[in-house]
Design a protein around this ligand. Structure first.
Ligand code: ADE
Length: 504
């Protein structure tokens, strides 16, 4: 006998038309009008590849249909686990929402099927994956890139809200990028469909939904009746939008703390600051979105709705009707120095690949300051010591150098204070290049090892000027500023180490 879940799942059909809950009362089309449904797909129709994402009762797996070679992201949900966690309602709602959405900025649900243990949702494969790792990779987005992606998110929200759907867990992990670098919003497991009779667009939910950093204050407060009720409306998604715009430009979300509880406290007190260099118009926009009273948030119905949000000066010049046809700005590592954007000469094409930007030759100019002879033949940092010499240097280092405790017995080849930047935030660090090779960085105030820049064959160093240099690694570009002006020396030392390690 089919389980209740199986029956409910069968009742819902994927198609372009939204399914009404009360559809059993609606007149049914006669047989001649009924479309012939293609046969249900099954697991064996697909070759499954890598896991793209994992949850407690589901995972998203890359899959290729054997007959058509079409690629999908298939969300596989474990029925038993889902029932144990009492999540059936959310799964069905996710399917219902995906069926209603019909817009390029959302993943599309192409098909569903099930077997004894699992449900399968065949979704569009967003080839470039999540937005979040790209923020981490480049530190933060420049104004032009932020404007473009914020505009796409707004168009997606406008469509979704016009259908009475609220996402309730909007965050950079749920914003995917397709092959052409346009957004595709996903994960409607927390979504809500507003009932037609809910005039204020507010629904009550019993449990906290969302992710701490992006959750709006109204979901955290106790209402007048002293019963803990959490209200989610379209405005909750607008709060999340404000937090995301802040993060795109600054590199980190506005409300940060060691625990969820402390993050919630900050949200309720609207306790956040803009780092130096945060663009003025964007600051004004974020301030109008991160507003405690949901009805006073720019973009909500009470504040002029989407037309007012789209007319904000930050979006000046955006061609709202054609954005999906435009080529998104290339993601490029960059940092701000003295109010100016300093861009890398590489752009992020894929995770391990930094593609040189052919329009710029700054990198060449700086790196040819030294003659080829100097670069390839004279070594300054990486010397071939005899074992006696090395032992002597190491014992001297142990006695005289306070940073010795952090370098795991390796000989330090170059060290110095740098400002390590992440988005618009900077921290003073002692950078230590050692044998190994390693590039350790230490918090000099608290004398704590904070981390290491990971070495690999693909590490690339790029000098921008006498103070600024970038270290590109597959997952992250490190922006380093040497206040003493020895950026070129750092690049030389790191290049020497690269040459010694991989070409010797
Ligand atoms: N991760 C989660 N869902 C995905 C999708 N549809 N495409 C690519 N990566 C994903």
């Amino acid at each position: 006998m089919p389980s209740m879940l199986t029956l409910v799942f069968r009742k819902l059909k994927v198609g372009s038309k939204p399914q009404k809950e009360e559809s059993s009362m609606a007149p049914q089309p006669d047989a001649s009008q009924q479309r012939v449904q293609p046969p249900k797909k099954q697991r064996s129709d697909f070759e499954f590849g890598k896991i793209l994402g994992e949850g407690s009762y589901s995972e998203v797996v890359q899959a290729t249909e054997k007959t058509t070679r079409k690629e999908y992201a298939i969300k596989v949900l474990l029925k038993r686990q889902m029932i144990r966690e009492n999540k059936q309602k959310y799964v069905m709602r996710e399917r219902d929402v995906l069926t209603r959405l019909n817009h390029p900025f959302f993943v599309k649900l192409y098909f569903t099927f099930q077997d004894k243990d699992r449900l399968y949702f065949g979704l569009s494969l967003a080839k470039r994956g999540e937005l979040l790792p790209y923020i981490h990779k480049v530190g933060s987005f420049d104004e032009c890139t932020t404007r473009f992606y914020s505009a796409e998110i707004i168009l997606a929200l406008e469509h979704m809200h016009s259908l009475g759907i609220i996402h309730r867990d909007l965050k950079p992990e749920n914003i995917l990028l397709n092959e052409d670098w346009h957004i595709q919003i996903t994960d409607f497991g927390s979504a809500k469909i507003l009932e037609a009779d809910s005039s204020d667009g507010i629904v009550r939910a019993n449990s906290f939904v969302g992710t701490a950093q992006y959750v709006s204050p109204e979901l955290l407060t106790t209402n007048r009746t002293e019963r803990v009720e959490k209200s989610a409306s379209k405005c909750s998604d607008l709060w999340a939008l404000g937090a995301i715009i802040y993060q795109l430009l600054a590199g980190l979300p506005p409300f940060r703390a060691g625990t969820e509880y402390l993050i919630f406290q900050k949200i309720l007190k609207l306790e956040y600051v803009f780092p130096d260099g945060f663009p003025e118009k964007a600051r004004d926009l974020v301030q109008k979105l991160l507003v405690i009273d949901p009805k006073k948030r720019l973009g909500c119905d009470e504040c002029g709705g989407y037309p007012k949000l789209k007319a904000h000066p930050f979006f000046q010049g955006v061609d709202w009707d054609n954005i999906h046809k435009q080529t998104p700005p290339a993601l490029k590592p960059f940092t701000m120095l003295d109010g100016e954007e300093i861009h890398s000469d590489y752009y992020v094409d894929d995770f391990n690949i930094l593609t040189p930007n052919s329009l710029s030759d700054v990198f060449e100019k700086i790196n040819t300051n030294e003659t080829e002879n100097e670069k390839t033949h004279s070594k300054k940092y990486v010397l071939d010591h005899s074992s006696e010499e090395r032992a002597h240097l190491l014992s001297k280092q142990e006695k005289d150098v306070k940073w010795h405790q952090f370098v795991e017995g390796n000989l330090i080849l170059k060290m110095g204070l740098v400002d390590k930047r992440k988005g618009l935030f900077a921290r003073r660090r002692q950078l230590l290049l050692t044998e190994g090779p390693h590039l350790y960085y230490v918090d000099p105030e608290n004398m704590v090892l904070k981390g290491e820049i990971p070495w690999s064959r693909t590490l690339k160093v790029e000098a921008k000027n006498f103070k600024t240099f970038f270290v590109h690694t597959p997952n992250r570009t490190y922006y380093l500023i040497d206040p003493e002006g020895y950026a070129l020396e750092w690049c030389r030392a790191i290049d020497e180490m690269m040459h010694y390690t991989y070409q010797a």
